[in-house]
Ligand binder design. Structure first.
Ligand code: ATP
Ligand code: MG
Length: 492
């Protein structure tokens, strides 16, 4: 196979064609054409890497040839030749996509250098496109965006586990994309023609959840006026997504265990087993392992569910993805709100990077929507985003600040604070507790701008309890001295 680069020389003057061919044929595979039709013939049937064409081709227009060449599925790099004095037209050709131009009379060395440079840039461009496609394929499957290192193993797991029948447990804080991942697994499962059926376990009372999942026979309980097919049966041949699995009661846990183990279910009020072929994906924002330890979740069910687990990181652990996610939402939400796409203003991203996003990607999406709707310029600036982003010490949308929760977790791990029902857990010392609490309370007060109501909310305690603790810890005066944010006591 000859892998020398190919150059198509197009000129209506024979001596130019011959001169160019002579000078280039040592380094390139050369084709020559004297008009646009001949050139198109080559372009359509041969692999042409570079087209070198005059802008004036007798009757034909070199600009039209340029456009036709660039419209091909694999366009060549185009270099235009132009008579001295008609540089304007050549510049126009570059605007339309030509790589460069040379002026006549030609300097043949210059032409050769230009062709080599054009080929290098074309190779780089191809490599770039290939890499980009690879990255996009790998890191944005089924609408799951994310290029942060922490996302790579997750994307790999999704791709690996999707075609299997394995039960998957997805863990992650609220808004981290658990449902999106569940749908991606289903879509890539090879069973996407069948349904994915979702059940939000936290939203239903135990009795209703049981009949929702397994169905019921007529008259099986008061109010069961008709036979009802449950979600397991509806999902037959497809996927059942059990959201908030940590919330299901003990009796439904037993039934679920059986359904998963034996691939059969019984409708409420019937003892006839019905075979099912359902792939189960469960999600939770609770720590199921801890619930097992505490006896609140069956260990055998836990192991059945977590054949494969996917732990979705909070957004604050993948801040490098904020910009790509934000841009995606800017486009999506501009369209949804009938507005033109506007990029982020330069002050917006730093503020977004500086914020902890307790509500994760859902909160980011909402913040962007706020920006899209409020922006009255050609950018979405920080001032168009929700005001809590202006003051990163403030609170997000009604949620506790996560770094504070993390601080609390860390402090709890170091020295379990507060009353514990577990007699086996012993505080290291009273001093540790006091210090941990002191630190937490102080941080909350700082973050809330000294607003006790907000600080109490951040700490997950009532305002009264906070008052008492402040008194107990003798912090009433100290915190006032140490908190530097302007006092907002009047509003607390
Ligand atoms: N990686 C991602 N790329 C693009 N969009 C995402 C990504 N992760 C989540 N989202 C979007 O964020 C929003 C929240 O995601 P989702 O509902 O899947 O979260 P969740 O973990 O199920 O939340 P919850 O625990 O509150 O039910 C959705 O609009 C979803 O499309
Ligand atoms: Mg969800």
């Amino acid at each position: 196979m000859n892998d020398q680069a190919t150059v198509l020389i197009v000129d209506d003057e024979k001596h130019t064609r011959d001169g160019l061919r002579l000078s280039l044929e040592d380094d390139f595979d050369c084709y020559v054409a004297s008009n646009a039709a001949e050139a198109m013939e080559y372009l359509n049937n041969d692999r042409i890497d570079v087209m070198l064409t005059d802008l004036r081709l007798g009757e034909d227009d070199g600009m039209k040839l340029l456009e036709a060449a660039l419209a091909l599925p694999k366009p060549p790099v185009c270099i235009m030749m132009t008579a001295y004095g008609s540089v304007d037209t050549a510049v126009e050709a570059m605007r339309r996509g030509a790589y460069h131009f040379v002026t006549k009379p030609l300097n043949l060395d210059e032409v050769e250098i230009l062709i080599k440079r054009a080929l290098r840039s074309r190779t780089l461009e191809h490599e770039n496109v290939a890499l980009k496609q690879q990255v996009e394929r790998k890191f944005s499957i089924e609408g799951i965006l994310g290029q942060a290192e922490v996302m790579k193993p997750i994307i790999d797991t999704i791709q690996q586990v999707a075609p299997s029948r394995a039960t998957v447990l997805i863990e992650g804080e609220s808004g981290t994309g658990k449902e999106l991942v569940a749908r991606a697994i289903h879509n890539l499962s090879g069973r996407p023609k069948a349904n994915i059926v979702s059940v939000h376990c936290a939203a239903l009372s135990p009795q209703i959840l049981e009949s929702e999942l397994f169905g019921h026979e007529k008259g099986s309980f008061t109010g069961a006026q008709e036979r009802r097919i449950g979600r397991f049966e509806q999902a037959n041949g497809g996927t059942l997504f059990l959201d908030e699995i940590g919330e299901i009661d003990a009796s439904t846990q037993v039934k679920l265990l059986r359904a998963l183990g034996e691939q059969t279910i019984e409708r409420v009020g019937s003892s006839k087993p019905i075979s099912i072929d359902v792939r189960v994906i469960a999600a939770t924002n609770r720590n199921l392992a801890k619930m097992v330890e505490e006896g609140k979740f069956r260990e055998d069910l836990y192991w059945r569910l977590r054949v494969v687990t996917i732990q979705l990181p909070p957004l604050r652990a993948r801040k490098s993805d904020i910009s790509v996610l934000a841009d995606h939402f800017l486009k999506e939400l501009a369209k949804a709100n009938g507005k033109a796409y506007k990029p982020l203003g330069e002050d917006a991203l730093p503020a977004m990077m500086n914020y902890d996003w307790p509500g994760n990607i859902r909160e980011l999406r909402a913040a962007i929507e706020h920006g899209v709707v409020m922006s009255n310029s050609n950018r979405v600036m920080l001032k168009h985003l929700p005001s809590y982003l202006l003051n990163p010490n403030g609170l997000g949308i009604g949620l506790r600040a996560p770094s504070l929760i993390a601080a609390k977790d860390a402090a709890t791990a170091a020295a379990p604070a507060g009353p514990s029902n577990d007699p086996t857990i012993k505080p290291k010392s009273d001093l540790d507790i006091t210090e941990a609490e002191h630190h937490l309370i102080l941080t909350a007060l700082q973050r809330s701008g000294n607003n006790r109501t907000v600080a109490a909310e951040m700490l997950g305690m009532s305002r009264r309890t906070l008052q008492r603790k402040l008194k107990d810890l003798n912090m009433v005066r100290t915190h006032r001295r140490r908190v530097t944010t302007p006092a907002q006591e009047s509003v607390s």
